[in-house]
Structure formats: C-alpha cells, structure tokens
Design a protein around this ligand. Structure first.
Ligand code: 5GP
Ligand code: MG
Ligand code: MG
Length: 204
C-alpha cells in the first residue's frame, strides 16, 4: 500500500518504501490466532514465552485477545507469561548461534505447555536453536506462534505452528520489528527503503 494512504510518523516518512501489513489487518489476524490457540489448548494451562524485543507487540496483543476470549466463551485457557531475550551471536544476521541475554530462569518451564511468541521466522535458525534449548529443560509441550514467516529458499525447513502472515523476502520493520533499534515505534509493518537503511545503519 502507498504510504500516503496511511498515518506514518513524520520521523519515518522518508525512510520507508511501502506499507506491507496495516495495523488493522494485524489486529484481525491476531484475533483469529487467539481463537485457534484457545480452541487447541482447551483447558490446558499454558505459559506464553515472549521472545524480546521484536515479539513484544504481537505478544501483548495476542495475550489481550486470549483474555477477552477467556471472559466471553465457555472455554478458557489459563495463561502465565514469561520473557526471553535473544541476540544473534554474529551481527544481526541469521547466521551465528543465539545467545540468551535476559529473562527468567528457563527451568521454570519444566513440565509446562509452552507457547513461544516470536516476531518473524527468516531462515528458521534462531527458532531451531531456541527450541533445542527449551527441550533441554523438559517442558510438557512446545508450540510456536510467529507473526511473520519470510518466503525464502534459505529456510532450514522450520515452520511454526501458528503463522500470522507469509511475507516476501524483504527487510520489514514496524510493530516492534526494528532496524538497529529504530522503527519499533511504527504501528504498521512496512518495508524499509535505501534511505532508511543508510540513515539508521551503524557505522562500525
Ligand atoms: P532467522 O534465524 O529465522 O533467520 O532470523 C530470525 C530473526 O532475525 C528474527 O527474530 C529477527 O530478529 C531477525 N529478522 C529476520 N528478518 C527480519 C526482517 O525482515 N525484519 C526485522 N526487523 N528482523 C528480521
Ligand atoms: Mg525475533
Ligand atoms: Mg532485530
């Protein structure tokens, strides 16, 4: 969608190519995923594990919607929340191995139904490593909800259980997804342009 058709903060107007997923569409899709989760888990309690920082908007919106369903339907899913912060070991790229740089003790997840909530799956390497790490503490079950999955031939063959949208192989920002910590404060998911990459790239 053309940027001119949406409310884009002034400070990012020059830095984006187009709107890929408007906030309203994210909202509707998240509502549907919340319903699927409540139906799938039935009366089993779950621990929502938010992968910071990129997953925080999807996580809070998903939790809100599950809570609304819990109030209004016969079925309800008891939900605890937990957070983990990951950093790619090498640069911000999909190569290297992940490093856990914050969050609660993973041992707390032992015997629990864990729902990992992530922003985007690109190659799938980050999620594969996180799943291995989680399995090592012995959870009862692990499911993954990712707002976005990139269409790329570089995917290692990993597909999450719940997917918001499949997106083209472009660098997307907004709705908590960043480029060097910028653009998290953008409501829509957008494609960054060359100007934005240049402006916010870190000189090293
Ligand atoms: P993977 O290990 O699946 O290749 O990469 C996953 C991580 O790379 C994501 O959690 C995210 O931090 C980052 N990433 C991959 N593609 C994008 C993108 O298009 N935009 C942003 N903001 N981050 C991305
Ligand atoms: Mg992420
Ligand atoms: Mg990032």
């Amino acid at each position: 969608y053309a940027l001119a058709q949406f409310c884009i903060p002034k400070h990012y107007e020059e830095d984006l190519d187009h709107v890929l997923i408007p906030a309203g569409l994210i909202n509707d899709r998240t509502e549907r995923i919340a319903r699927d989760i409540v139906e799938d888990f039935g009366h089993e309690p779950i621990v929502g594990l938010c992968v910071l920082k990129g997953g925080y908007k999807f996580f809070t919106d998903l939790v809100d919607k599950i809570q609304i369903l819990n109030r209004n339907s016969r079925q309800s899913v008891q939900l605890a929340v937990d957070f983990i912060r990951l950093k790619s070991y090498v640069n911000d790229s999909s190569t290297g191995s992940i490093e856990v740089i914050g969050g609660d003790n993973l041992e707390n997840l032992k015997g629990k139904n864990v729902l990992v909530v992530e922003d985007i799956i690109d190659t799938g390497r980050t999620m594969k490593q996180l799943l291995e790490l989680l399995e090592s503490v012995g959870p009862k079950s692990v499911k993954v909800a990712s707002l976005l999955v990139k269409r790329t031939k570089d995917n290692v063959g990993y597909r999450p259980d719940y997917i918001g949208f499949e997106v083209p192989n472009l660098f997307v920002v907004g709705y908590a997804l960043d480029f060097n910590e910028y653009f998290r404060d953008l409501t829509h998911i957008c494609v960054i342009n060359e100007n934005g990459k240049k402006k916010y790239s870190t000189k090293s």
